[in-house]
Design a protein around this ligand. Structure first.
Ligand code: UDP
Length: 356
């Protein structure tokens, strides 16, 4: 059986690493063909993950990136369609909520190739987010929907997705965090940054709603500055550009570094005092490493983190961000929310069992 896996952006490399490893271990008879759309192409946003996480090299790289959402999605669909017509896979596997996810799903569906969607059912109910459009459409195209949480399953049922298509398997990012923890690596930083002392705040910012609105971006940096916390910020390329465009000056308590690889990132998550982020994946990883998370958004897809007290939504308000970073406490509940660490295994078994 042939399966085409479509990936293109940083979080998808991490999720795909889990599933590829499970194919190799539990279903070596399945021929997985990995297609990188080229959505993320910088070495530290792409290559490093293939090297560190032992993901098989992509069989194809479509080289589509750097355009607008419409340009990228359109070019990807065109190239993916050609490839799928040639390979004729039994399944197309897509992850998460990027333009690569939607392009893979649309190209496959029009060729009547069934789509399996990993990380199905997540909703922010904010249709201004490009990710929300991508995930809603992909879910309604998919034949197999792998929900990471009970909440995801519930959202899909409420939208009328037939129950038999939905599989609650847990979260592949939980599998990844468990598997790679022992390989976590302390990053090399300038000696003045103290990774061991009082504790630092690990921060990431890249959501378009924050980066593309200069007032909002300024307000976030103001909040980080006013907190006085020692902040380490591996900065996404998009944010780097927007910070320059908006002429934001970065305060002395904020240490900006280039994006780090996953093994360094999970070391930082395991060793920080607190996380401040607008990333989906990093919110959960904070929980995996039992670190409180302050989410710089007004809503989250990972509502169970807020309900359990591990996550506080602080939006882009400077005051809220400062308050949250100056009153950090640990919640009591440590219930497992994202499965047993075997989501990858379940996914490959179910894809194989559902071969058409
Ligand atoms: N990540 C990383 N290096 C960084 C920042 C993030 O390896 O410098 C990882 C992080 O650990 C998580 C994933 O990238 O596994 C999250 O990706 P991102 O925040 O880009 O996307 P989102 O999860 O918001 O879709």
């Amino acid at each position: 059986m042939k399966v085409i896996t479509v990936i293109g952006a940083r979080p998808q490399f991490i999720k795909a690493a889990v599933v590829s490893r499970a194919f190799a271990k539990y279903r070596p008879d399945v021929q997985e063909i990995i297609v990188h759309t080229g959505q993320h192409y910088d070495a530290n946003m792409s290559d490093v993950f293939f090297e560190e996480l032992d993901i098989p090299r992509p069989d194809y790289n479509l080289g589509v990136g750097g355009g607008t959402h419409g340009q990228n999605t359109g070019r990807m669909i065109e190239k993916l369609e050609g490839l799928m017509m040639e390979v004729r896979p039994a399944w197309v596997l897509v992850f998460g909520d990027t333009d690569s996810t939607l392009a893979g799903a649309l190209a496959a569906a029009k060729l009547h190739i069934p789509v399996a969607h990993v990380e199905a059912g997540l909703r922010s109910y904010n249709r201004k987010m490009p990710e929300e459009i991508n995930r809603v459409l992909t879910d309604h195209i998919a034949e197999l929907l792998f929900a990471p949480t009970e909440n995801g399953r519930k959202n899909l049922l409420e939208e009328g997705v037939p129950a038999e298509k939905i599989k609650l398997v847990g979260d592949v990012m939980h599998d990844a965090a468990l598997f790679y923890t022992e390989k976590a690596r302390k990053p090399k930083l300038p000696t003045e940054f103290d990774l061991e002392g009082e504790g630092f705040v690990l921060c990431t910012i890249h959501r378009a709603e924050n980066t593309d609105d200069p007032r909002r971006l300024k307000s976030i940096f103001q909040g980080l500055e006013d907190s006085g916390a020692q902040i380490l910020l591996p900065m996404h390329p998009r944010t780097q550009t927007k910070v320059l465009d908006s002429e934001i000056s970065i305060a002395d308590n904020i240490w900006v570094i280039d994006p780090v690889g996953y093994l360094e990132m999970i070391w930082l998550e395991a060793n920080c005092r607190c996380v401040a982020t607008d990333s989906g994946g990093v919110q959960k990883e904070a929980f995996f490493f039992k670190k409180p998370c302050k989410t710089m958004r007004y809503e989250t897809e990972w509502v169970e983190l807020v309900e359990s007290g591990w996550n506080r939504l602080v939006g882009a308000s400077a005051k809220e961000i400062t308050d949250a970073l100056t009153s950090i406490s640990l919640p009591i509940s440590t219930n497992s929310l994202y499965g047993d660490g075997n989501a990858g295994e379940k996914i490959v078994m179910m894809i194989e069992a559902s071969r058409e």
